[in-house]
Design a protein around this ligand. Structure first.
Ligand SMILES: Cc1cc2nc3c(=O)[nH]c(=O)nc-3n(C[C@H](O)[C@H](O)[C@H](O)COP(=O)(O)O)c2cc1C
Length: 238
């Protein structure tokens, strides 16, 4: 048990380890060919499960995909993407159509930055397809995670799920590993259901790549703008 914090909770007294983990976690889109022991993944999930959830309902369920299974799933997902990319649809809506501002501008800024880092211009359709395919290879990460949730649950459980996913990413980071959360895997729910035996009652929410980031890649060294406090917080005194 850590010693209780008896000091005033000033920024100077904040646990630098936790703050640094939160700041340094970044979505990585390229991984080294280096193994991650399964025990490490079990360890990460065993910590992540302490996430808060509404009335302790713990709506998360995850499928850890490694080795032969990872090969099988990625092969099937890439084949599905090549054959049916125009009609693949997620199990739940990602964004309103059309997406409005300010989200639309942030979305476009991010996509532009990622495309520049990957060396793919917006007009380069084949290049963009190749990049999306890499999502379905877990960006070469040795560990793929697929997250599902009972489809009868409501929006509140998505909040709980977000807490859990962040815990997974921070616990991985604390062990030197990096991650990329990937909602895009929801587009592959049919393939995942068939390959992993996911029951119909479970909705595929997202996937996640996990491994040792290849930080020589420009897309893994992007600096993204995070909004200043006064853009998202209001402090009301009276
Ligand atoms: C719920 C969720 C879903 C995401 N889905 C994807 C995805 O499908 N593919 C991807 O490359 N990144 C995905 N991301 C990563 C975001 O693009 C990334 O978090 C965002 O650009 C901010 O970058 P950062 O994580 O490095 O701070 C997702 C992130 C979240 C939180």
């Amino acid at each position: 048990m850590p010693a209780p914090l008896l000091m005033e909770p000033t920024p100077m007294n904040a646990d630098p380890f936790v703050d640094d983990l939160i700041r340094e976690r970044r979505s990585k889109r390229g991984f080294l060919d280096r193994n991650v022991p399964l025990d490490t993944v079990k360890d990460i999930l065993s910590v992540a499960k302490y996430a808060p959830s509404s009335s302790n309902t713990q709506p998360w369920r995850c499928y850890v995909v490694t080795g032969e299974a990872r090969e099988r799933v990625t092969r099937a997902a890439v084949a599905e993407f090549r054959a049916n990319h125009a009609t693949l649809a997620p199990e739940y809506p990602f964004f309103p159509q059309p997406l409005h501002d300010p989200y639309s501008s942030r979305f476009n800024t991010f996509r532009g930055q990622l495309g520049d880092a990957q060396g793919v211009h917006r007009s380069d359709k084949a290049g963009r397809m190749r990049d999306v395919e890499r999502q379905f290879l877990f960006f070469d990460a040795p560990v793929g995670l697929i997250f599902t949730m009972d489809r009868k649950l409501e929006w509140a459980s998505f909040l709980c799920y977000g807490c859990f996913l962040q815990n997974v990413m921070l616990a991985a980071k604390a062990r030197g590993l990096d991650t990329c959360p990937q909602q895009i895997w929801s587009l592959q729910h049919h393939v995942l259901r068939a390959e992993l035996g996911i029951p119909a009652e479970e909705m595929v929410i997202a996937g996640m790549s996990m491994g040792w980031a290849d930080n020589s890649l420009p897309e893994n060294r992007m600096t993204l703008h995070k909004l200043d406090l006064d853009h998202f917080a209001s402090f009301i005194h009276q």
